[in-house]
Design a protein around this ligand. Structure first.
Ligand code: CP
Ligand code: NVA
Length: 310
């Protein structure tokens, strides 16, 4: 039985509670210590088997701001790197720490970690999804437009970030159009789950997706673990770069978002990345506020009491 307070995807939130999370994160952006020390005398382990700049640092700072302390375990710093099973690691660490923020390769490993742990597990990215990223993206859009009800376009690889974006759109109800090259679309089983949401659309045409959008979003064409496919992907994605021409189809006041790291000249041009409509660094900074709100929601009992046990 999965412990109740783990955060593996956005579906732990309903429409109301996800909007509340965004509003709370917005308050934290101007009042860093608003939530007190809900993590006092608590230790959170960060298990990162892949590289990270934003997720690792923002979680470490958020945990410290909430009064907790952290233990960072990179891929060579625990026995996981030498093949100790995740389910054993889960049971061992459950006796030492009060939670784990985990960036693993497969989503199945994360589910196994949550299944065998008795402490909250927070998903810091898997090959399937990246829900903590989207919490910060929602905050960035809310701060820009004072509403979440604006149209998004995602142009690029149908990947972990894309799945969490679609999940957010289905919960909040904002329109989104996803444009990916043929062969790089989200899998049909995933799209099937959203077939009744007519405001979520999938296309191969980037111009059609961007037309009339307020948010234009992309991610790397080569995710961590796909380095061997780099040459082929660069060729297959060449018409999906967000440049001035493509961006001109968006609304006048549209913003550009990217989860980062960004590769200029591939998925985004330098002028869009550095341009006046880019909000990518605000988006990155918002990771701190939204993750702090998430940690609070888990450790204050808000998630389990108000949502999962509703
Ligand atoms: N966007 C994101 O998750 O960045 P990192 O890989 O640097 O954590
Ligand atoms: N899709 C990218 C996201 C990085 C934050 C990856 O998985 O590498």
């Amino acid at each position: 039985m999965m412990n109740k307070r783990s955060f593996l995807d956005l579906t732990v939130f309903d429409n109301h509670s996800l909007k509340e999370m965004v509003k709370l994160s917005d308050k934290l952006s101007t009042n860093r210590f608003l939530l007190g020390d809900v993590l006092k005398q608590k230790v959170i382990a960060l298990i990162f088997l892949k590289h990270s700049t934003r997720t690792r640092v923002s979680f470490e700072v958020a945990i410290r701001d909430l009064g907790g302390s952290v233990i960072f375990l990179g891929k060579d710093e625990s026995q996981i790197g030498r093949g100790e099973p995740i389910k054993d690691t889960a049971r061992v660490l459950s006796g030492y720490v009060h939670g784990i923020v985990a960036r693993l390769y497969s989503h199945e490993s994360l589910i196994e970690l949550a299944k065998y742990s008795t402490i909250p597990i927070i998903n810091a990215l898997t090959d399937y999804n990246h829900p903590v990223q989207i919490l910060a993206d929602l905050l960035t859009v809310y701060q820009e437009f004072k509403t979440l009800n604006v149209k998004w376009a995602y142009v690029g690889d149908g990947n972990n970030v894309t799945r969490s974006l679609v999940e957010a759109a289905s919960i909040i109800g904002f329109p989104i159009s996803i444009a990916s090259p043929q062969g790089y679309e989200l899998e049909s089983e995933f799209k099937e789950k959203y077939k009744d949401f007519d405001f979520i659309t999938f296309t191969n045409d980037p111009i059609a997706a961007v037309k009339g959008s307020s948010v234009v979003y992309t991610d790397t064409w080569i995710s961590m673990g796909q380095e061997a496919e780099k040459e082929k992907r660069i060729l297959d994605f060449k018409n999906y770069i967000i440049n001035k021409e493509l961006f001109s189809y968006a609304k006048e006041d549209a913003i550009f978002l990217h989860c980062l790291p960004a590769y200029r000249g591939l998925e985004v041009s330098e002028d869009i990345m550095e341009g006046e409509r880019s909000r990518v660094f605000k988006e990155a900074h918002n990771r701190l506020h939204s993750e702090k709100a998430l940690l609070w929601s888990i450790y204050s009992g808000y998630l389990s009491d108000k949502i999962l046990l509703k």
